[in-house]
Design a protein around this ligand. Structure first.
Ligand SMILES: *Cc1c(COP(=O)(O)O)cnc(C)c1O
Length: 370
């Protein structure tokens, strides 16, 4: 019998907690509390406490978060910022819209930025490194920090996929100048629309981003202190996020449990490379935003799984950022390019039952045994 296992079920979150969402909607709406109200402040505080950051600023989405974070440091025209090409185009566009030059480098074996590749890309114009904490895993930040210290570079983290992920006990988003989180519906902590946040430890950066997200307007003086935009996290979304945040530890445990099932079921298949298992390293605590495998005969496997009712996805439409030629990149990154011929994400989300995960695993096992 075929079970249908979609890659992601967008109505699941609301449907599974309907009463709570409706109650929150009613509460916030009847207070008329739509823009920068108590719910946003509460959520920002809870987010900062959870991640161990000094400050958290709710903004409209993670792309805005990245753009404003870079702008707040003054990095701009002619400056180069190094990023891993296995990321969303938003990482690079945030650099580009600030007038700086995005420099893509290789991903490593764990699909995150390769420190050796960073070193090779450094020039006198390099100002910062922007690792993406991809798939819910934080990269080796000791290695990145060492390079940054040696060359006097800033670090920005694209932690859009990594809320709660840790390296040596420290949370993604809290290592460098700041980190950006996304609350896009398919992200681990998703809202019912767009949302994002900046985490940071520096009060000056925090103050600037607080102004920037609200047109540069200074709430105390009524003056406009700098060029800004409208990028406030919607108060209703903040209330929805705060509601779910209470159960966030359970969400992370569940995702790690699913990763353990995949590991048990698929770990011995020679034609696959799995992500590092949940407890495979004391340095890493991964939250499994995605479960991204490397698979021999990837396209055939994907097609087979579709036939069996299992949804899969190749990240970023199947291309690393530097492979979007219309954006003008000239780099060749052979390791990353080869990776994009084999990577595939299998279902990893809260709507999955254990049976679903076993079904997906059985289909994959059967494909390679045929
Ligand atoms: C989702 C995502 C973003 C963008 O987040 P938005 O909130 O949709 O703007 C940026 N970088 C990475 C790695 C992402 O996964």
């Amino acid at each position: 019998m075929n079970i249908h296992v979609p890659f992601f079920n967008y109505s699941f979150l609301f449907e599974s907690q309907k009463e709570h969402f409706l109650k929150t909607f009613q509460d916030v709406s009847s207070r008329g509390a739509f823009i920068t109200q108590k719910d946003l402040v509460d959520f920002e505080q809870n987010l900062a406490v959870f991640s161990g950051a000094e400050y958290a600023v709710g903004v409209a989405n993670a792309t805005d978060a990245l753009e404003m974070l870079i702008a707040a440091t003054g990095i701009g025209y002619g400056d180069e910022v190094i990023f891993c090409s296995h990321t969303m185009v938003a990482t690079a566009s945030a650099i580009h819209v600030n007038g700086a030059i995005p420099i893509p480098v290789e991903a490593g074996a764990d699909h995150l930025i390769d420190p050796a590749s960073i070193e090779q890309a450094i020039t006198p114009r390099t100002k910062a490194i922007m690792p993406t904490q991809l798939n819910g895993r934080t990269c080796d930040m000791d290695a990145v920090q060492e390079i940054a210290d040696k060359h006097n570079l800033l670090i920005f983290e694209d932690s859009a996929q990594a809320l709660g992920s840790r390296f040596k006990g420290r949370h993604a988003g809290t290592f460098g100048v700041g980190g950006c989180i996304s609350f896009y519906p398919a992200k681990i902590l998703g809202c019912l629309g767009d949302g994002g946040a900046v985490l940071c430890n520096d009060q000056k950066i925090y103050n600037k981003i607080m102004l920037m997200r609200d047109h540069g307007r200074n709430p105390e003086t009524g003056d406009v202190d700098l060029w800004g935009r409208n990028s406030r996290l919607d108060n209703l979304q903040a209330a929805f996020l705060d509601l779910q945040f209470k159960e966030y530890d359970k969400v992370i445990s569940r995702r790690r449990h699913i990763a353990n099932i995949y590991q048990e079921q698929l770990g011995s298949i020679e034609q696959l490379v799995l992500p590092p298992a949940p407890d495979s390293s004391p340095d890493h605590f991964d939250v499994f935003q995605n479960y991204e495998i490397e698979a021999e005969r990837r396209d055939e496997l994907k097609e087979y799984l579709t036939e069996q009712g299992v949804g899969t996805l190749i990240q970023w439409g199947g291309k690393a950022v530097h492979q979007f030629k219309k954006l003008g990149f000239g780099q060749s990154l052979p390791y990353t390019e080869r990776l994009f011929e084999t990577i595939l994400m299998v279902p990893m989300n809260m709507s999955l039952s254990d049976d679903d995960v076993h079904y997906v695993s059985d289909c994959i096992k059967y494909f390679y045994q045929r």
